[in-house]
Write a protein that binds this ligand. Structure first.
Ligand code: F6P
Length: 589
């Protein structure tokens, strides 16, 4: 009897336990489903969508995380195209006048064979900014460096570009040879460039160059003031050529929204401390409303330098610096390329590109092709990748005659010793490697000339592997251009860990360019990678670059600019009200 009772009790307990578990599971499933639906709605940005709130600690935590995701996703929810960017610009900055300032111009007119040819410069800055200006219009102020530039401008030194579909004004500023020597070659490229890249080329700081740099920054700041039709334009100051211009512009146009973007790395405080004019440079940059770098790491380095060298107030939580009553926000905006690149429109499909490139370079059928494309710059690791090719041919001689590395390097800043020396060293190294490893065909083809974008894309489509082995690089857009060209989802990217791009493109084969053997091994892995794996990696990288294209970069900057403008307007109103109240109080008293 007792046994029967105990068995019944156990049965009841079992039924109750199972029932409770089933009930709890059902409740949890319902709760999860409604949470999932709500998260989906919030993610899609459905108006009025909110999360179910039961007030539990778990709910609160989920709420907090989702709010963060929501804010983070604000720019993600937009499908970034030129039209979306235009809409954002007109929506958040209605009627704003956009002025860009950079040293390099977007179109260079050169004299050639008795005529005039237009050249698109090999410049990451230009590749990124040009599509933005085509979408938004405005005025781009830059150094007129072409031999026929003066012949193509109007009486105000302006020309509408691009030819055939004019979208914005290019205003050219003229510089004498002495001015270029001091400001561009001297202070910017023998001083700041090696200082910021830390590639063991000693920076040169000369007082004469510094004076010229200041003078030319003032000239460009004056050009901004002269071009501005409104008292509060949005001024986009580009790169290390114009560290002093933001403060100079602010002095003349206090209501301007000045957004400066530093296209190269920013070094740590220890390294930066060797610059004799560090305080002036930082103070000049702090004239900006927003100061952008490619990565958070470079933002942190900059804030560290401010902390060490300038008396100011740093708010680390919101990443802002206040100096003399003016606040500058320090932000990371990883730059990118237009998607899809307009130059791709006229580039044939992969097979045709490969056939043309193979015919042009007389490559044997079945050759594995590695390509590299950049300016002939010592920061790009051009010698290092050649050494890696040689190391691979040494460790695995079966590659002899079966692999070719084509390096296109556009001569740049050749007036400077470090650059002309690099070119001759690269030519000597290519000759030596070709002599040593020649078997039916030379393994290295060094092309020291400028390639127009369509030819670059043709090379990318023809390649098995693209190598970007920068010793240090703010972002590196070549990496992004390569993946943008691979509609076939094939090809492998070998990418230096010292590029900003490596933070976003982790599916590349990431290498330390100083480690020759590692890069040689990466070349071999890349050339023997199964197609399935190439496709898997390439698809992810293409998705990343497509979503985070240059319109998103500009959109994020413009949205932040709009927020700053609204904030400043509100603060202005509050101050005016405060003044009115105290003056009426004084009158009443
Ligand atoms: O990386 C900095 C940068 O200004 C890039 O934007 C550009 O690719 C490169 O330097 C161009 O240099 P330059 O205008 O001196 O030829």
């Amino acid at each position: 009897m007792l046994a029967y009772l105990l068995a019944s009790l156990a049965g009841v307990v079992l039924v109750l336990t199972v029932g409770t578990i089933i009930f709890a599971l059902l409740m949890l499933r319902n709760w999860m489903n409604s949470l999932r639906r709500a998260v989906d709605e919030v993610r899609k940005g459905t108006p009025g969508a909110h999360l179910p709130a039961s007030g539990s600690a778990m709910d609160r935590e989920i709420h907090k995380l989702l709010r963060q995701t929501e804010q983070f996703n604000l720019t993600k929810q937009i499908d970034w195209t030129p039209t979306a960017l235009q809409e954002v610009l007109h929506g958040v900055l209605p009627g704003a006048e956009v002025l860009v300032v950079s040293n390099r111009e977007s179109y260079i007119h050169n004299r050639s064979n008795g005529g005039i040819v237009v050249q698109r410069p090999a410049s990451g800055l230009v590749s990124a900014l040009e599509p933005i200006m085509r979408a938004c219009g405005g005025t781009w102020i830059a150094h007129g460096s072409g031999s026929a530039d003066r012949d193509t401008v109007d009486e105000n030194d302006r020309i509408r570009v691009p030819e055939g579909a004019p979208a914005y004004a290019l205003r050219r500023v003229w510089l004498s040879e002495d001015e270029q020597d001091g400001y561009y070659y001297g202070f910017a490229n023998e001083g700041l460039w090696p200082l910021c890249h830390i590639v063991f080329v000693r920076p040169a700081f000369r007082i004469g160059d510094w004076r010229m740099y200041r003078e030319i920054n003032q000239r460009f700041a004056d050009a901004v003031v002269a071009e501005a039709r409104t008292e509060d334009p949005v001024v986009l100051v580009q790169d290390y050529h114009f560290a002093l211009a933001p403060k100079m512009i602010r002095q003349r146009l206090p209501k301007a929204t000045i957004i400066s973007f530093w296209h190269i790395p920013w070094p740590n405080a220890e390294t930066f401390s060797i610059c004799p004019w560090k305080e002036e440079i930082i103070e000049g940059m702090l004239g900006s409303t927003i100061l952008g770098f490619h990565t958070q790491f470079h933002c942190n380095n900059f804030v560290e330098c401010v902390d060490r060298f300038v008396e100011s107030r740093i708010d680390r939580e919101v990443q802002a610096v206040s100096l003399a009553g003016h606040e500058t926000k320090i932000r990371a905006y990883p730059i990118s390329i237009e998607w899809p690149p307009s130059a791709l429109q006229t580039v044939p499909a992969g097979e045709k590109c490969r056939a043309e490139v193979f015919a042009h370079f007389e490559l044997a059928a079945g050759t594995k092709l590695i390509v590299g494309v950049e300016r002939f710059d010592y920061t790009k690791g051009i010698l290092d990748r050649m050494r890696a090719v040689a190391a691979l041919l040494t460790r695995n001689p079966s590659w002899k005659g079966r692999l070719v590395f084509i390096q296109v390097a556009a001569p740049t800043r050749s007036k400077l010793d470090a650059y002309s020396k690099l070119q001759s060293e690269a030519e000597a190294l290519a000759a030596q490697i070709n002599g040593q490893y020649l078997e039916e065909q030379a393994p290295i083809r060094l092309i020291a000339r400028h390639y127009e974008p369509t030819d670059v894309f043709k090379l990318f489509r023809a390649a098995d592997v693209c190598v970007v082995s920068s010793l240090h690089d703010g972002m590196n857009l070549v990496a992004k251009e390569f993946v943008s060209s691979r509609e076939d989802n094939a090809g492998v990217l070998v990418l230096s860990s010292f590029t900003g791009a490596s933070r976003e493109m982790s599916e590349a084969l990431i290498v330390n360019p100083y480690d020759t053997e590692e890069m040689a091994a990466a070349f071999e892995i890349a050339m023997t990678m199964p197609v399935d794996e190439q496709v898997e990696r390439m698809k992810l990288m293409r998705q990343q670059v497509k979503e985070n294209n240059v319109y998103r970069w500009a959109g994020a900057i413009l949205m932040d600019a709009a927020r700053s403008r609204t904030r400043e307007r509100i603060l202005g109103l509050t101050e005016t009200r405060g003044r009115t109240r105290s003056s009426s109080g004084a009158a009443g008293g």
